[in-house]
Design a protein around this ligand. Structure first.
Ligand SMILES: C[S@@+](CC[C@H](N)C(=O)[O-])C[C@H]1O[C@@H](n2cnc3c(N)ncnc32)[C@H](O)[C@@H]1O
Length: 495
């Protein structure tokens, strides 16, 4: 699997690739970007996965590969804004073929969001279009010149009516849909300018180290230029590519995981039994197992996901890591009695757990600068209706499996209140919810354990007055995550 360090794409090397003489032919990085974006469009797959599993990058120098990845992710993340900019200069926007549009988007992205000189934007854009539709190269020349000339007016939204101008301009500068910028700005008036500023910049990367390597200082970690974060096992790395190229992810020597996600996974580590709902491919499972080893805890872990393939990948990595086995279960966690039926029968009782972590499917708005597909695939009703319904159903089903005195953690990587506090409030009003009380995440039993005492202070720095944990994406800071911790004080009367 090829993994390129998107951080290095921001460096001098990429600037050099960008400024390549306008007299040169089409650069291989832009060609590879076009191929990958077209493949993504035609197959519905994520462009990052296409780069990771295809051979587009293998044929490029590491400098070109980093630039191609940055271009492809950037074009995906700002797609709607690029189309707005292009369409305003096209007489018949509907007549432009998918491939030509893709070429124009790549060049418009460079014009609007990178500091590529205008002559290079236009000449490379014309070469891109010529490579797939010779007859459209004149059109490309005219449109891209206009996009470059009107960059400032477009980003300032001079074409919008007065009262809409600030929000349309903020949306264009961040590359996001207007409805989403409005929702973020309303929900987070204090944080929104930094959240929006983060969207067009590379996100920092963190890894979590296999606990069995503690104290051994592997050379691949040195090459990645690590900086200790305030949590055992967590490192910020300047060059995640060095970790990937050394095979450390493939060997389960480490996982890439946002620092806030590592804090949440650590908060869910406690003695006894744990049910993890929405375990996916198991990044948090790995972190939890690592931390349990560091703390010398004995625990059991059931990792559950909707998809059998994800459960299998999770179990495989845990085995590779040489961690204690986790049991996996797959199916729709809204019907936990069905999904856990086999385990209940094996245990000869309806199992209840000391810790239940719901890592809920969500809009991903806290991580969308890493996952450019999110903003332009997301619909408003996903955030206001469909996801909260699913999240509440998962949380309610999960709650019924928490032992009295046990803890229930509800986590998302969303910054939208409808998916976070909104779901919690509806849960609290329910019969089942009345059996739980919210407790600060920083007071989770994990933070009384020696290796994690200091991390409680880090968490406290991101807690609101109720002890709910929030982080927000910001330039050079980690992603947006939410986590609430509840403790079960009684049996709910309806259960
Ligand atoms: C936020 S992601 C999980 C990320 C994962 N915990 C990790 O750390 O790598 C949410 C997960 O919920 C799963 N999911 C979605 N709907 C579900 C359902 N109804 N029942 C169980 N799992 C579900 C998805 O397949 C996805 O893997």
């Amino acid at each position: 699997m090829r993994m390129i360090d998107a951080m290095s794409a921001a460096g001098d090397d990429c600037a050099a690739v960008r400024r390549i003489s306008s007299m040169a032919g089409l650069t291989p990085a832009r060609r590879a970007t076009l191929d990958a974006l077209m493949q993504a469009q035609e197959s519905g797959r994520y462009v990052r996965d296409i780069f990771a599993h295809g051979d587009q990058l293998g044929r490029l120098s590491s400098r070109d590969a980093a630039f191609a990845l940055r271009l492809a992710l950037g074009v995906t993340a700002t797609e709607g804004c690029l189309d707005d900019a292009l369409n305003s200069h096209l007489a018949k926007p509907g007549k432009v073929s998918a491939r030509v549009r893709c070429c124009l988007r790549i060049s418009a992205y460079e014009a609007l969001y990178l500091d590529t000189p205008a002559d290079v934007v236009v000449s490379q854009g014309v070469e891109l279009v010529r490579s797939c539709a010779k007859s459209a190269s004149g059109l490309a020349n005219a449109v891209l010149r206009r996009v470059c000339e009107n960059r400032t007016q477009f980003l300032s939204a001079e074409d919008a009516v007065d009262e809409q101008r600030p929000i349309v301009s903020a949306a264009r500068r961040s590359g996001l849909p207007v409805w989403l910028v409005r929702a973020i700005t309303r929900a987070h008036p204090l944080e929104s300018s930094r959240v929006l500023a983060a969207q067009t910049r590379p996100a920092p990367t963190a890894v979590h180290l296999n606990a069995r390597l503690d104290g051994s200082k592997p050379s691949w970690l040195d090459q990645a230029q690590p900086a200790l974060l305030g949590l055992a096992g967590a490192y910020r790395v300047a060059h995640v590519g060095a970790v990937a190229h050394a095979g450390a992810f493939d060997r389960a020597d480490a996982v890439a995981s946002d620092f806030s996600a590592q804090l949440i996974a650590t908060a869910a580590v406690a003695a006894g039994s744990c049910l993890e709902i929405g375990a996916g491919r198991g990044t948090k499972t790995f972190v939890m197992q690592s931390q349990a080893i560091r703390a010398g805890l004995t625990r059991t872990h059931v990792a559950l996901d909707l998809y059998e393939g994800k459960c299998a990948a999770n179990a495989r990595r845990i085995e590779l890591a040489e961690y204690p086995r986790v049991k996996t279960a797959f199916g729709d966690a809204r019907d936990l009695d069905a999904v856990l039926g086999a385990l209940d029968r094996e245990a000869a009782r309806r199992m209840e757990f000391d810790t239940v972590l719901v890592d809920a499917p969500c809009s991903g708005t806290g991580t969308m600068r890493r996952h450019g597909e999110i903003p332009w695939r997301l619909a408003r009703t996903d955030v206001t209706r469909d996801l909260p319904e699913l999240q509440l159903a998962l949380l309610s089903a999960a709650a019924a499996r928490v032992a009295v005195g046990g803890q229930l953690l509800y986590a998302t990587c969303s910054i939208m209140p409808e998916e976070n506090e909104g779901v919690l409030e509806r849960f609290a009003r329910s019969e089942m919810g009345s059996a739980f009380r919210v407790e600060p995440l920083s007071q989770a039993p994990a933070f009384c354990l020696e290796p994690f005492r200091h991390a409680a202070d880090v968490i406290r720095g991101h807690e609101d007055e109720r002890g709910l944990f929030h982080t927000y994406p910001a330039p050079d800071e980690f992603d947006g995550h939410f986590c609430a911790r509840m403790v079960r004080r009684s049996q709910a009367s309806a259960v």
